[in-house]
Design a protein around this ligand. Structure first.
Ligand code: ADP
Ligand code: MG
Length: 496
């Protein structure tokens, strides 16, 4: 009989910090430069060179620690982790060994069934990145670009609290959202500025003894983290149920077929001969300094979510959609700062604006209309100057093409204004009623739902510009003798 297993998963996430220069030298880290043009003798560890601390990197790491509820260490020492590899020009990496900057944090994740789970963090430490080996540039040789060597990183290490691929997906998504809110990393897994290694083991359900873990690397998207974990759990169960045993090893992930493959066995514990970095003084992170960094931090999604739901009265769903993306949340704040119509602003952002951006493969940070223009459209609808239909179907698309125009001016020049002239609308009402004598008879006989048909016809004939409230009132007045269904007053009519 097959044993049923449960998985135990811990993640290690490397986050490249968006600083101007490297962790311990003034070399630029600008992306896209020609290979090996941003490498000073310090990055190469030449004799006689001295590394120096980068304050921006330390500040960014403290921000992440605060956002993840960690204790921040006061006296921070640095260590050398020694190993030989072609992408490591110094032969050692400067990192933190037994004095990580941050400890004991936690991250709250929301799962698709609505459950909220806390994942505990072991530590966040600071270190420097390696160079990049390029295996596909030359037919015979691997080439190395040292531009990345020495870039400031933080490594977030979790406790083995994660149980499924879905939980890992939610965790990495939350980490990515936070680094973007904090503006310390672009969170781009495809380009490697955020990298996740997953440690995975399985044990019989109910057991408390962890199995041997396998480390999986090279997942270049969050969904691939989930796929790799799901595959690995199934693979390990099959091995154990087949009478085999799990070897401690490092595996890679193949995104094309969703499988993992062995990279190297962990026969012995790696001996990195850690020793204190002799060229760097310890850094002192005082309470005052932490307070100073904290005062420069932006609002985080949890705070925005609370305000959107409690103060602005948005639904859980609307608020979650907005805070998922920092730029949407900030844009929303600006729109409601000008015109406090919260629900309408939220609808505009997740409706027409999101639709426009998706069609053009743009992000919210690339949206070219100003919050003031969107607030103005909302006001035009609210004050009955234009119908919602005309605003979404005509005004908004026109404005995206003539963005230096104002919505009010476009309503004017395109003739989109609601017609509120009663005699004009009444003429249309008379024409419509004259055209549908049978329907009028049915209506009088009690089929009050036909009200919608009459008003709809009036709207159609006015190209959607007749003020629906006036049209409703006029049809109603004309058919006063019949019972009328007032619930039609607020229908928004499609115009053909
Ligand atoms: P190593 O010494 O191999 O680096 P660590 O104890 O430092 O291992 O843990 C590295 C990561 O692996 C952490 O995220 C930790 O939570 C996770 N981890 C540790 N043991 C297990 C296990 N048995 N199964 C799954 N993950 C584990
Ligand atoms: Mg470790």
């Amino acid at each position: 009989m097959n044993t049923t297993f449960e998985a135990v998963i811990g993640l290690e996430i490397h986050i490249q910090l968006q600083t101007k220069s490297k962790a311990f030298s003034s070399d630029s880290i600008e992306y896209g430069a020609l290979p090996n043009t941003q490498v000073s003798p310090i990055s190469l560890g030449h004799p006689g060179t001295l590394p120096m601390h980068n304050r921006a990197a330390i500040d960014n790491a403290i921000k992440m620690g605060l956002a993840l509820n960690c204790n921040i260490r006061e006296v921070n020492r640095y260590a050398r982790k020694n190993y030989f590899y072609a992408d490591l020009p110094k032969g050692y990496q400067i990192t933190q060994f037994d004095t990580p900057l941050c400890e004991n944090g936690s991250v709250e994740i929301k799962l698709s069934d609505g459950r909220v789970k806390i994942v505990r963090l072991t530590r966040i430490h600071m270190e420097e990145d390696t160079g990049k080996s390029m295996h596909d540039q030359d037919l015979y040789d691997t080439l190395v670009d040292y531009n990345r060597a020495g870039t400031a990183l933080i490594e977030v290490v979790t406790e083995p609290d994660i149980k499924t691929g879905e939980e890992a997906y939610a965790f990495v998504t939350e980490i990515r959202r936070l680094v973007r809110y904090l503006d310390i990393c672009d969170g781009n897994m495809e380009e490697g500025s955020l990298r996740c290694d997953a440690n995975i083991s399985i044990m019989p359900v109910g057991s408390t003894v962890y199995g041997t873990k396998v480390e999986v690397k090279n997942m270049n998207s969050i969904s691939n983290v989930k796929r790799a974990i799901d595959f690995e759990i199934a693979r390990q169960a099959e091995v154990l149920n087949g009478g085999g045993s799990i070897q401690g090893e490092t595996r890679g992930f193949n995104g094309l077929n969703g499988t993992t493959f062995s990279l190297r066995k962990k026969e012995a514990i790696n001996d990195y001969r850690y020793f204190p970095e002799p060229d760097l003084p310890p850094t002192l992170v005082t309470k005052d300094y932490i307070a100073q960094v904290k005062s420069g931090m932006p609002e985080l999604p949890a705070t925005l979510y609370r305000r959107f739901t409690t103060e602005y009265g948005l639904s859980d769903y609307d608020a979650s959609v907005l805070v998922d993306d920092k730029h949407s949340a900030l844009y929303f704040e600006k729109v409601v700062g000008i015109s406090p119509k919260y629900k309408q602003a939220s609808n505009w952002i997740s409706g027409p604006i999101r639709g426009y951006l998706n069609e053009n493969a743009l992000g919210m940070d690339e949206f070219h209309l100003s919050p003031k223009q969107i607030a103005e459209i909302i006001e035009l609808i609210e004050s009955n100057k234009i119908s919602h239909t005309a605003a979404t179907q005509q005004l908004f698309p026109a404005l995206t093409k003539q963005s230096d125009s104002s919505p009010t001016a476009l309503v004017e020049s395109l003739g989109l204004a609601n017609i509120t002239d009663t005699s004009f609308i009444d003429d249309l009402v008379q024409t419509v009623l004259a055209e549908f004598p049978e329907k009028v008879a049915e209506y009088k006989g009690g089929k009050v739902g036909l009200m919608g048909l009459f008003v709809g016809e009036v709207m159609k004939r006015s190209q959607g510009k007749a003020d629906p409230k006036t049209a409703n009132a006029l049809v109603k007045k004309d058919r006063k003798s019949t019972r009328l269904n007032s619930s039609h007053a607020n229908i928004s009519y499609a115009v053909f």
